[in-house]
Design a binder for this molecule. Structure first.
Ligand SMILES: Cc1ncc(COP(=O)(O)O)c(C=O)c1O
Length: 391
């Protein structure tokens, strides 16, 4: 198994098994941000002095990186704080009519559920596509929910609880065939897999930099040209002309950039995407698969452990596992695992409807990434045995 950990800032304490909440940061992102702050510190797109020109150049270059990373154009991205903001931006930036319908799934993170539920106040109806017991979806089930009223279908590319592979293209095609817009929450997908937006028939895609080796406080929204998305914020940096009565927005992506952006973080995100490309998504997938196989067999072989989601590693989208240990509350199990050397998440993982469907109060979640290795997984098996002995 290839070792990529030297590219990351890895803490010296417990092994980091909480990448689905936030990945570790790559050193290149930290260096890019530090060099912006120490050498090019100025606002962007404002003024003419050399520092603002240098900062603007570095800032603009990130749009180009996004365009080549996702095979789209640089006009089709907007800088946002995170996936949550990107998904809200879509909900706030479309012109809804009473009677419109939005389809979501029953495995969504709250960030891909609440923005749509809120639209109910405007007369929008929410319909729900149910996953099977292991988190799988069928495009035919989606087709049954679609009608001429369906305005948008929004679904995750990978559940942050089940980690199951999602047939993104099949679902998106079914939705588009019915005339609906398609929005993909790729928070758990980007950084693990390549995304080719010329091949994915989707109109919107949201992701967070902090889950793909980048800094916190930055992410991006892809909005396909012609999607009809309107800016969700307006203000400085977005206008061609303003009077005291009205304003005229800039035409291209600048209209989506109200106010001073998160310049350092955006530059850091660009560096993080370069690291994903340098490792290569195929290599990350192979690494994830190796970890997933090992982790799944450990979880399945440990007495009194129940695993949620796919029972085979081949059906996992990444090395992400939610489980419970009989008679051991999830937070207690997480604290014990921390003491035994593993940082795992516990709780409902911002997916209360799914947690309810699984008929549990919460779960423990171990989520691994490129900087983890098989040795850590083996040691985790021993730690888990000790927790299970409390059962
Ligand atoms: C599937 C999914 N969607 C959306 C989000 C929200 O991401 P953020 O907190 O970066 O906005 C998360 C975060 O865990 C997630 O796992």
């Amino acid at each position: 198994m290839a070792v990529f950990s030297s590219l990351f800032s890895v803490p010296s304490g417990p092994a980091y098994f909480d990448s689905a909440a936030s990945s570790l940061t790559c050193k290149a992102a930290l260096e890019a941000m530090a060099s912006y702050y120490s050498q090019d510190r100025a606002n962007v797109h404002r003024g003419a002095h050399r520092y603002t020109r240098q900062a603007s150049e570095r800032y603009e270059a990130v749009y180009g990186k996004l365009a080549s990373f996702f095979n789209a154009t640089d006009q089709e991205f907007a800088a946002v704080r995170n996936s949550t903001e990107a998904l809200n931006a879509v909900a706030l930036g479309l012109d809804w009519k009473s009677g419109d319908e939005v389809v979501v799934t029953d495995v969504e993170h709250h960030s891909n559920l609440l923005p749509w539920l809120r639209l109910q106040k405007q007369g929008v109806k929410i319909r729900v596509l149910a996953a099977d017991g292991q988190g799988r979806f069928q495009a035919d089930d989606l087709s049954e929910l679609l009608s001429r009223k369906t305005r948008l279908v929004s679904f995750t590319a990978c559940s942050n609880v089940l980690g199951a592979s999602v047939p993104v293209v099949d679902l998106a095609k079914a939705a588009q065939d019915a005339g609906a817009l398609v929005c993909v929450d790729a928070a758990q997908y980007v950084g693990h897999h390549a995304v080719d937006l010329k091949k994915w028939p989707v109109d919107f895609l949201a992701f967070s930099g902090h889950k793909c080796f980048g800094p916190t406080g930055i992410g991006a929204l892809f909005h396909r040209e012609g999607s009809g998305l309107q800016p969700w914020f307006v203000g400085g940096g977005t206008v061609r002309d303003v009077t005291l009565k009205d304003y005229q927005l800039l035409e291209h992506r600048e209209q989506f950039e109200a106010g001073t952006p998160a310049i350092a973080e955006w530059i850091g995100l660009g560096a993080a995407l370069d690291v994903v490309s340098k490792i290569g998504c195929a290599a990350i997938e192979e690494h994830d698969r190796g970890l997933a196989e090992k982790m799944l067999s450990i979880l399945q072989e440990t007495d009194d452990v129940q695993v949620f989601g796919p029972t085979s590693a081949a059906e996992k989208s990444c090395a992400l596992f939610a489980f419970s240990v009989k008679n051991v509350p999830h937070h207690q199990a997480a604290v014990m695992l921390d003491e035994l050397g593993f940082a795992v998440r516990s709780g409902h993982h911002c997916a209360i409807p799914l947690t309810r469907k699984l008929a549990v109060e919460g779960t423990v979640r171990a989520s691994l990434h490129a900087y983890n290795n098989e040795k850590q997984v083996e040691a985790f098996g021993n730690a888990l045995e000790q927790v299970a002995q409390l059962a």
